[in-house]
Design a protein around this ligand. Structure first.
Ligand SMILES: Cc1cc2nc3c(=O)[nH]c(=O)nc-3n(C[C@H](O)[C@H](O)[C@H](O)COP(=O)(O)OP(=O)(O)OC[C@H]3O[C@@H](n4cnc5c(N)ncnc54)[C@H](O)[C@@H]3O)c2cc1C
Ligand SMILES: NC(=O)c1ccc[n+]([C@@H]2O[C@H](COP(=O)([O-])OP(=O)(O)OC[C@H]3O[C@@H](n4cnc5c(N)ncnc54)[C@H](OP(=O)(O)O)[C@@H]3O)[C@@H](O)[C@H]2O)c1
Ligand code: SF4
Ligand code: SF4
Length: 487
């Protein structure tokens, strides 16, 4: 029986390199890598060796016969990926990261400890003898793996285990609770290291730019995720009213809908006790996910949507507004996965009774309603959704560090990971960027691996070519030492 890859796959391609028959695709060398929700095992070629399951950091791979009911359909999804593809088990030529000669002196500061920083640090530690300073503003490392990934997805959070060795490596100095731009300057890091690699993510939540957006009771999706993950500085959302509205149809919107609509005792994972208690007290019974475009343009991945269909005690409903039924029936892209979901004309005049998630499409938000606090969301089609909580989950843009140039797409101006003086301008020697800071707030955890490797390759090339400025001072003493707590 072959193996199959399931929901929590984050596309980091660890399994690809251990598969003895090259039957996991798309591989990072193939053109469709990064365009699919996940990787897939070719059941015609798999020899059932289990190497992929051992290599997977997020427990996404299982023998087909061991798939439990909510995951059983992944056997078919893996096979379907290969329906029009020939069996092919030949390998592309191996690629090796460029390495520095032994004894090369290289000091690199990496700003951030999210996936991009960790993949970059991992590659640097393996391919060079560089000494690294990792600088993180939070008191715990991990970036969005710690504070973003939904707490009821423990297998995804397990990717942090893959990175734990980095923080204990003898060539790594870890500075937690240290914000670059506040506690230490970028100039200081540049003066004391040959290179600075900025992996600070995309910290600016996009704004809707509509009236009422700043009322109490409006919260950004990322902030709600931080609260759900027990971040001490994240304010608790108002859960005193039966309906909540989430704007946006990305995976973060679905995470929020799942967390708010579910009975907390049905949520898996290791929920912070305060969060679980708040969810037990919650009056929220219905979460309306609002998309400004139709169902074929939804931004979520198929596996996250499928998970909503299997939530215990929560109904998934599509609001039957004009045009949606036809679009679902046509089945283009994500609309195809809604064909077996109940469709009904939802009334907004009464309070919801049971737990449910309503998907409402073709509805641009016009204004947040309310005086001193949120009363609901007005849509451009004239509908008012009465709600006590409005979550704006419409993505993020990056701004890098103070003074760094940002391009029109909302990411740091760069070329192959080398930071530019301005969009289209010259390279700033010794300054690099990776991850969401480089690409904007898009892509799952694994997407940052290839991205970070590209940046490190540019850094190593510059080191080999003598293009990195020599440090002018020894590394600064740690500003604030904190005990490393890996949670
Ligand atoms: C709510 C949410 C849930 C997600 N869930 C999933 C999921 O389930 N599966 C999946 O595959 N992907 C998920 N993603 C996407 C995934 O988290 C990102 O692809 C990934 O975290 C981006 O990595 P990064 O290192 O570029 O940024 P981040 O993870 O944001 O890391 C940036 C780090 O830099 C630090 N930092 C920022 N500014 C400074 C500064 N000035 N000084 C020092 N440190 C600084 C931050 O504190 C942070 O630790 C999710 C994203 C969000 C927003
Ligand atoms: N489980 C997982 O694997 C997981 C979990 C969470 C996040 N992630 C990843 O993290 C990345 C970020 O996810 P995300 O959900 O934050 O963002 P996203 O995928 O970019 O989705 C943003 C959503 O906001 C909508 N939007 C943008 N501007 C809007 C506006 N002004 N008014 C109304 N709607 C607006 C977009 O609609 P339009 O399409 O119309 O612009 C889209 O539906 C994604 O790559 C995601 O896959 C992965
Ligand atoms: S998470 Fe990585 S190792 Fe696991 S199945 Fe997906 S690509 Fe393979
Ligand atoms: S079980 Fe072995 S042969 Fe099958 S996909 Fe995994 S690594 Fe490849």
């Amino acid at each position: 029986m072959p193996f199959a890859i399931t929901r929590s796959c984050c596309n980091d391609a660890h399994c690809v390199s251990v598969c003895p028959v090259n039957c996991i695709h798309p591989t990072p060398d193939e053109p469709d890598f990064g365009t699919t929700d996940q990787l897939y095992v070719d059941p015609r070629a798999c020899i059932d060796c289990g190497a992929c399951a051992s290599a997977c950091p997020v427990d996404a791979v299982f023998p087909v016969e061991e798939l439990t009911a909510p995951l059983a359909h992944f056997a078919g999804r893996n096979a379907a990926f290969y329906a029009d593809r020939p069996v092919g088990t030949t390998w592309a030529a191996p690629r090796f990261p460029r390495a520095l000669p032994a004894g090369s002196d290289l000091r690199v500061a990496v700003v951030g400890t999210g996936p991009a920083a960790c993949y970059a640090a991992q590659t640097l530690l393996r391919s060079t003898e560089a000494r690294l300073t990792l600088v993180e503003r939070e008191d715990v490392p991990g970036g969005l793996v710690r504070w973003g990934v939904a707490p009821d997805h423990p297998s995804t959070k397990r990717v942090a285990d893959v990175f734990a060795w980095i923080f204990r490596h003898p060539r790594v100095t870890l500075r937690l609770g240290t914000e670059v731009g506040r506690d230490v300057g970028l100039d200081e890091l540049r003066a004391t290291h040959h290179a600075v690699l900025v992996a600070v993510g995309a910290s600016d939540e996009r704004r809707l730019g509509i009236p009422g957006e700043h009322l109490p009771g409006v919260v950004a999706g990322g902030d709600l995720a931080r609260w759900a993950n027990g971040h001490p500085a994240a304010p608790a959302p108002d859960l005193t009213r039966p309906r909540a509205v989430v704007v946006g149809t990305g995976n973060v919107a679905l995470d929020v809908a799942r967390l708010l609509a579910s009975d907390p005792d049905d949520l898996g994972g290791d929920l912070d006790p305060h969060v679980r208690a708040a969810l037990r007290r919650s009056a929220v019974r219905e979460v309306v996910v609002v998309g400004r475009r139709g169902p074929s343009s939804a931004a979520w991945t198929e596996s996250e949507l499928l998970a909503l269909k299997h939530l215990p005690g929560v109904r998934l409903v599509v609001d039957d507004v004009p045009g949606v039924g036809d679009e679902v029936a046509a089945g283009a892209g994500p609309a195809a996965h809604l064909q077996d979901v109940d469709r009904e004309a939802v009334s907004w005049d009464t309070d919801p009774v049971g737990r449910r998630i309503v998907l409402r499409f073709g509805s641009a938000p016009r204004a947040v309603l309310g005086g001193s606090r949120v009363q609901g969301l007005a849509l451009a089609d004239g509908t008012d959704l009465r709600a006590g909580l409005v979550v704006t989950s419409i993505g993020r843009t990056a701004r890098g560090l103070p003074g760094m140039p940002v391009d029109a797409a909302g990411a740091v101006a760069q070329e192959s990971g080398r930071v530019l003086e301005a969009p289209g301008g010259g390279v700033v020697p010794g300054l690099f960027v990776a991850g969401w800071a480089k690409r904007g707030g898009s892509g799952g955890i694994g997407a940052n691996r290839r991205d970070a490797e590209e940046t490190v390759a540019a850094l190593v090339d510059d080191a080999l070519a003598g293009r990195l400025p020599a440090p002018t001072a020894p590394p600064p003493l740690p500003l604030r030492r904190r005990l490393l707590r890996l949670r």
